[in-house]
Write a protein that binds this ligand. Sequence first.
Ligand SMILES: [Zn+2]
Length: 408
Amino acid sequence: MSELIDGERLWGRLMAMAEIGATAAGGSNRQALSDDDQAGRDLFLGWVTAAGCTVDTDAVGNLFATRAGTDPDARPVVLGSHLDTQPTGGRFDGVYGVLGGLEVIESLNDRAVATKAPIRVAVWTNEEGSRFPVSMMGSAVWAGALDLEVARALTDVDGIAVGAELDRLGWAGALPFGHDLGAYLELHIEQGPVLEDSGSEIGIVTGVQGFRWMTLAVSGEPAHAGPTPMHLRRDPSRAVAEILTGLYEISDRYAPEARVTPAQFVSLPQSPNTVPAEIRFSIDFRNPDGELLDQMENRVRSLIASAAGANGCEFELRLDNVSPPVVFDAGCVAAVDTAAAESGLTSERMVSGAGHDACNVARHNPAAMIFIPCRDGISHNELESIEPEAAAAGVEVLYRSALSLANG
Ligand SMILES: [Zn+2]
């Protein structure tokens, strides 16, 4: 266990937070702007207040707890993530980054260490986007990527709006959306299997994959499965077979970072003895490099056109969603790298496959992320699990990184 931070205090608080909205299967259900989300924040507020922090919120309810620095002009080093969960969420997604930030402040207090810049813990509102369907909502509003009024107008399935809940809970504060951070670090469970597979204790996250979602419909001519010879068919299944093979060739060509995921297949009509009239499916493809993502899209488009044409089929291709890659700040990444080495931990540089609040913060401020392994790579699942030693190790890296950035 780390000597710099108190791993038992950290673990006790993770378990205490998990009791709020605890589910029968061992997870947590604290959906954004619910009474349980409020109860989670109240628990957190008790801890940060006792630790001597001052607390502010902005108009979208993002919560900031600040430990003062010695230089009144120094820009804060912010450590953050989220306390809201999926409806059948785990105990660590988001929560770990928030309570890890708090543990850094507690450990600085324990050792009576002053920092030049303030250390601030951020709790972003509605990261999950499950109750109100925009993920990373609070940080997007903060970063100016989402209009406050658009966010306030989002409703849940019962028609209750974000704005009404912010007002009911009294979360909307007066803190300006100031983009004046010295650095932002987000500590998070990996939510994937890479670290567990490689055996590395720490993931030094250099950026976040960009992605594009497409919907493809390939249409041919419906025909009787018996009398129609193969060479006289306009068979969308055959075109789709070529497209699928080609998609995996594209993922191989751009390996190991590229991801290609065809899914949501629908064939019409639903008949076993008719050549389909149409096959529709989605294609999700990802790459951490924007230029390579463009190349992948060009290859996907020409693959589809040639496979459809070769089989006498027509196609319609729609681009549904675009998310550009994020490249984190080299100075923040280097600080994490050094901190991991100083902690004596094995580490590797990696790219996040999932979006995080750090993506929004990185629009205006130097940012990076730290990952620790989670069991079987499982997340967004009540079975999400991490080891107490791994949790402490990640916070030690956060502590060292924050200290160097706050005094740098
Ligand atoms: Zn998260």
